[in-house]
Design a protein around this ligand. Structure first.
Ligand SMILES: Nc1nc2c(ncn2[C@@H]2O[C@@H]3COP(=O)(O)O[C@H]4[C@@H](O)[C@H](n5cnc6c(=O)[nH]c(N)nc65)O[C@@H]4COP(=O)(O)O[C@H]3[C@H]2O)c(=O)[nH]1
Length: 630
């Protein structure tokens, strides 16, 4: 226990609760002067009492304190511990609550130095305080001391708050009212923790991280510490995990991510969750790009292991952006913004990637934000259309289907290619809304063509996030129902890499889609470098060979051999093949030799408006009729 004499309260009187005052009166019989405000003040010290320090006198003092049993009962009933100590710091008596707080009995404490209740390290300072206090005693209420601790009998320490009073009896007696504030301190600690930590992961929160970042910047600027790196990390497709498996699964993933990141970082690195699926790391010892790259690669590695949640094996990756202080910026807001730009850049480069901030990113970022905002407007107010590129039977040159391709005309930006806006929509999550719009528009179109007597199968591109959407199958079924579309006229294209990111889940969804009666094609076949075992299990009706493979066919021997191998592989797996990007007669001839089923490409037609498709269809039908007539 520390009796700190620096407290407030200049008066010498004790304005105590009644039980305390009565107890005090019992060992201080002398009449006390009252001030004008009615407060009782202790009389000035009697030095003769103070000098009477013999053992007999001390025992007499204790005896007089024992005499008043009623007062003793009152003291024991007090809510706080009470300790009376004489001018030499010897304990005269303690009440029952004090016995509980300290673990000592009254008998064990009486006659002992008050130091017994003071932690060893605080004893010298405490002795000085006691001396000062006796020279100028004052009343000190609770809550005025600093962090005070009481040494218990069992060696543990308990946080206490102490009020002080003084009596002139027996040459000066200090009365300490001692309150065990363990519960209060625990509550304070919990509140502080909650204010500074993220409850889900236990990591620092945005506010606390901001403080640490400011501190690191200040230290760096004062040249007390070397340059450092700031890393911002955002999970790829987290929204799809949340939507697909529920928020409880999403929470588990975030906790697992926090655990893995913590495990992969050093003790001095500061990790925080900024909110949602965004984490950030301050790397104090990382002064250059090469070092930061090592850490980013380590974090990437830690996150790439699949995570088992609710019986599912979930794959997730993360995109990271890195900014260096002071090379890139010297203030917290700019550093965070730059790391964010770099992170966005990494996402666009293909996810599960990291990037360093570069000045050119500011412009690119602004462009992407503009694209996203205007695309949202186009979705809400029109501006998007579907065009359809014919798919043609190689053997007959007959149009057997079309692929729906998004077209966007923006009043400010003009025509924007899907190769520009689809990745932005994927990065921002807008792709789900966009995908839903495409699905509905394509089904409407199939129905419209059917009413005109055209039976054309329409292929619709699905993005990875749509594939993970829990209600995808329901969405497709609803569109088929609403627009009265025969299921066999709808085909869904998924890319190889999308389907194989989570093969179990993809198999399940694709099977459910097949069960509705719709066809499923594997797009960009051959680009995914994926395991054949998995490919075999995917319930697809046919595959599409990516147009990149056709670019130099048949001019390049290497490319030609590659396409030959890819097509042969698909045939071995019993799959029909559609080859994309056919622009020349030579390429078509090559496909004939390879016995490919269908092709798609500018040789036949580019993507056309629905009306142009109808005209082409009608022209082909007329030509066929003329041929039949002779
Ligand atoms: N050089 C050349 N190119 C040809 C030829 N024939 C077709 N193409 C182009 O190749 C792309 C084929 O679509 P994709 O591989 O699914 O690639 C698509 C697809 O990944 C994405 N996309 C387009 N519409 C949608 C959509 O509705 N949903 C989703 N998720 N993605 C879409 O955007 C990509 C690009 O679409 P587009 O710009 O329309 O580009 C189309 C098409 O115009 C040819 O002979 N030569």
């Amino acid at each position: 226990m520390r009796i700190d004499g620096d407290g407030a309260g200049a008066g010498h009187g004790l304005n105590l609760p009644t039980p305390y005052r009565r107890a005090m009166d019992s060992f201080a019989p002398a009449a006390r002067p009252r001030s004008e405000d009615g407060v009782t003040h202790p009389p000035p010290h009697r030095t003769d009492d103070a000098s009477d320090d013999s053992a007999a006198a001390f025992l007499q003092r204790i005896g007089s304190l024992r005499a008043g049993t009623l007062e003793r009962a009152a003291m024991d009933a007090a809510p706080d511990g009470i300790v009376l100590a004489d001018r030499q710091g010897r304990i005269l008596m303690v009440n029952a609550p004090m016995e509980t707080i300290s673990g000592y009995t009254n008998a064990q404490l009486c006659g002992q130095s008050i130091d017994l209740l003071v932690p060893v390290h605080a004893r010298p300072e405490h002795g000085q305080h006691m001396q000062r206090y006796h020279q100028s005693p004052s009343r000190r209420p609770m809550g005025m001391g600093r962090d005070l601790w009481l040494q218990r009998r069992d060696g543990s320490q308990v946080p206490v708050d102490i009020a002080l009073g003084h009596s002139s009896a027996h040459g000066g007696t200090v009365v300490a009212f001692v309150r065990d504030v363990s519960d209060l301190r625990r509550l304070e600690a919990r509140m502080h923790y909650q204010a500074t930590h993220d409850t889900l992961t236990g990591l620092l929160n945005r506010w606390k991280f901001g403080q640490r970042l400011e501190q690191a910047i200040a230290e760096q600027a004062a040249a007390q510490s070397p340059p450092f790196a700031l890393l911002l990390l955002d999970l790829d497709d987290f929204k799809a995990i949340n939507d697909g498996y529920g928020h409880a699964a999403g929470d588990q993933v975030l906790q697992e991510v926090a655990r893995r990141l913590r495990g992969a970082l050093g003790t001095g690195d500061i990790l925080a969750r900024l909110g949602g699926d965004e984490f950030t790391v301050l790397l104090p010892g990382v002064a250059c790009a090469t070092q930061a790259e090592c850490v980013a690669a380590r974090l990437m590695q830690a996150l790439c292991v699949p995570c088992r949640v609710q019986g599912f094996e979930l794959n997730f990756g993360a995109s990271m952006g890195i900014a260096l202080c002071p090379q890139d910026a010297g203030d917290a807001a700019t550093l965070l913004r730059y790391a964010d730009m770099a992170m966005y850049h990494a996402k666009h480069r293909g996810r599960a990637n990291f990037a360093f901030y570069a000045p050119s990113m500011g412009r690119k970022m602004a462009e992407k934000i503009q694209l996203h905002d205007r695309l949202k407007l186009a979705l809400a107010y029109g501006g998007l259309t579907l065009h359809y590129q014919p798919q043609v039977e190689v053997a007959t040159n007959r149009m057997v289907g079309v692929e729906a391709l998004l077209r966007w005309h923006d009043p400010q930006l003009g025509e924007v290619s899907p190769e520009r806006f689809v990745p932005v929509a994927e990065a921002t999550g807008l792709i789900l809304e966009l995908g839903a719009w495409v699905m509905a528009a394509a089904c409407r179109q199939i129905a419209a063509w059917e009413r005109q007597g055209m039976r054309l199968r329409v292929a619709v591109n699905l993005s990875a996030q749509q594939l993970r959407q829990t209600d995808l199958v329901e969405q497709v079924a609803r569109n088929l129902r609403t627009h009265h579309v025969p299921p066999e006229l709808l085909e869904l294209e998924v890319t190889e890499s999308e389907a194989l990111a989570d093969p179990e889940q993809a198999c399940q969804v694709l099977n459910e889609l097949r069960a509705l009666g719709v066809a499923v094609a594997l797009d960009d076949f051959g680009t995914g470098h994926s395991s054949l075992a998995y490919l075999k299990r995917l319930p697809v009706s046919h595959i599409k060979v990516d147009r990149e493979f056709m670019r130099n066919v048949p001019a390049s021997g290497g490319d030609t051999t590659l396409v030959r191998a890819v097509v042969a592989l698909a045939h071995t797996m019993g799959l029909r093949v559609v080859v994309e990007g056919v622009e020349t007669r030579e390429q078509l001839q090559f496909l004939r030799e390879m016995q490919c089923a269908c092709y798609q490409g500018w040789l036949f037609a580019k993507a056309l408006s629905p009306d142009d498709v109808a005209l082409l269809y009608a022209a082909a039908a007329d030509a066929a009729a003329e041929g039949a007539l002779g």
